[in-house]
Design a protein around this ligand. Structure first.
Ligand code: S3P
Length: 429
């Protein structure tokens, strides 16, 4: 994709449904009793990997224009898949399914694309094994493919080493099949969509808090299907928030964006940087808050981004680095070593891409240091098929100082989380 400089961005966007919530709506819908109707579902490659996996386990899923209907078969209604389950590029699918499958009375194998096969899976394998699961990395390297054998799961108190919602959710899904209560204590509270949805489906669960990030699930009762309205994904909205802030004379309205407090770190940091972001029409459906966001071009100053806030903006850090190139002063991003084990090494790709565009940026072991403001220039950007890198640099290209355009390699990866990204971006020009 070749992108050139934009003069001003004006308009309104309804960002697509939240990816994390969309995955969970299929997963919990499949093991609930009755039909779960999902509106606002994110139709993207990652969520499709989850749909395909559940279809392969005998779940009927109707995909209509405006809604998805999952015909749930209850906690014990999944059947053995005929072949391995291909999770594609989706870390959420493979990690949460590893927990759910640990509780099933059949054999299964989980795998995915070349990026997934490099990602760390010991973080789910180890706690699940502690619960009694028979799960292993088939190549013995701590990554996929993963083989899951039938086992009996024990209730227990677990502590996770990383603040990861995928790990926490894998444990909770296994916990639904355990012989007693399961508690998960995280170092910092991570996104809590699984817990919120489990609660709304009738599970006995108490949610962790910022002060006490411990989630407790008592297994035993059936889940009941219910309607789900998926809010817009703040991680997708973030690209247009950034676009509106750094492109001169811009004003963008983003409708129905999820602002769950475990996900809104980007808003908190940007406000501290001086961003003009207003929230309207704040409402809540089934425990998930959302709002309309109005973004106006802003003069930004640098920020220190680290510690407790990191899990709530982890996917937005490459984009925050792009924004920081336009902010006055030195922005430090730290405590974010997790960026190295996402769909790509996001520290390396962000730093290399920004340097190629002329920014003053240095890589650190757990983050980046960015001195701004600096003009950005045209370049060819390697993305390693990472959707968030492709979208972050598409936003950087809006302020390219040159006549020549910025070339984003492998930009088709935006289909992982935001298939209509370039159409929506064009609609603002
Ligand atoms: C996700 C959790 C986060 C996030 C990912 C989606 C989820 O990953 O980066 O994009 O849906 O649970 P980790 O659990 O690895 O932090």
């Amino acid at each position: 994709m070749k992108l050139s400089r934009a003069m001003e961005l004006k308009g309104e966007i309804k960002v697509p449904g939240d990816k994390s919530i969309s995955h969970r709506s299929i997963m919990l819908g499949a093991i609930a009793e009755g039909d779960t109707v999902i509106r606002g579902f994110l139709k993207s490659a990652d969520c499709n990997s989850t749909i395909k996996a559940f279809k392969a386990m005998g779940i009927e899923i109707e995909e209509e224009e405006d809604k998805i209907i999952v015909h749930g078969k209850g906690l014990h209604g999944l059947r053995a898949p005929a072949s391995y389950l291909d999770c594609g590029n989706s870390g959420t699918t493979i990690r949460i399914l590893s927990g759910l499958l640990s509780g099933q009375p059949f054999e299964s194998v989980l795998t995915g694309d070349s990026s997934i096969q490099k990602r760390p899976m010991r973080r789910v394998i180890e706690p699940l094994q502690q619960m009694g699961a028979k799960i292993e990395s088939m190549k013995g390297n701590g990554s996929a493919p993963l083989a899951v054998h039938p086992s009996s799961l024990k209730g227990m108190n677990l502590k996770t080493k990383v603040a990861s919602a995928q790990v926490k959710s894998a444990i909770l899904m296994a916990g639904l099949y355990a012989d007693g209560p399961v508690s998960v204590r995280e170092p910092i509270l991570s996104r809590n969509h699984t817990e919120i949805m489990l609660k709304s489906f009738g599970a006995k669960i108490s949610l962790g808090t910022v002060d006490d990030p411990t989630t407790v699930l008592e297994p035993g009762n059936a889940l009941e299907a219910r309607e789900i309205n998926v809010p817009g994904d703040i991680s997708s909205a973030a690209y247009f928030i950034a676009a509106g802030l750094i492109t001169p004379d811009s004003e963008i309205m983003l409708r129905n964006v999820g602002i769950n407090s475990t996900r809104d770190g980007i808003l908190r940091v940007l406000k501290e940087m001086g961003a003009d972001i207003s929230l309207f029409d704040i409402k809540e459906t089934a425990g998930e808050k959302c709002a309309d966001l109005l973004i106006k071009t802003s003069h930004l100053k640098a920020a220190n981004i680290g510690g407790e806030i990191i899990p709530s903006l982890i996917d937005e850090l490459p984009l925050l680095a792009v924004i920081a190139t336009q902010a006055e002063g030195t922005t430090v991003i730290k405590d974010a070593a997790e960026l190295k084990v996402k769909e790509s090494d996001r520290i390396a790709l962000t730093v290399n891409g920004l340097k190629a565009m002329g920014a003053d940026v240095t890589a650190a072991d757990d983050g980046m240091i960015i001195n701004g403001p600096t003009p950005l220039h045209h370049a060819k950007i390697a993305t390693m098929k990472d959707h968030r890198i492709a979208m972050s640099f598409s936003i950087a290209s809006l302020i390219n100082q040159d006549v020549q355009s910025v070339e984003i390699l492998d930009s088709g990866s935006v289909g992982i989380s935001y298939p209509m990204f370039y159409r929506d971006l064009d609609s603002l020009k």
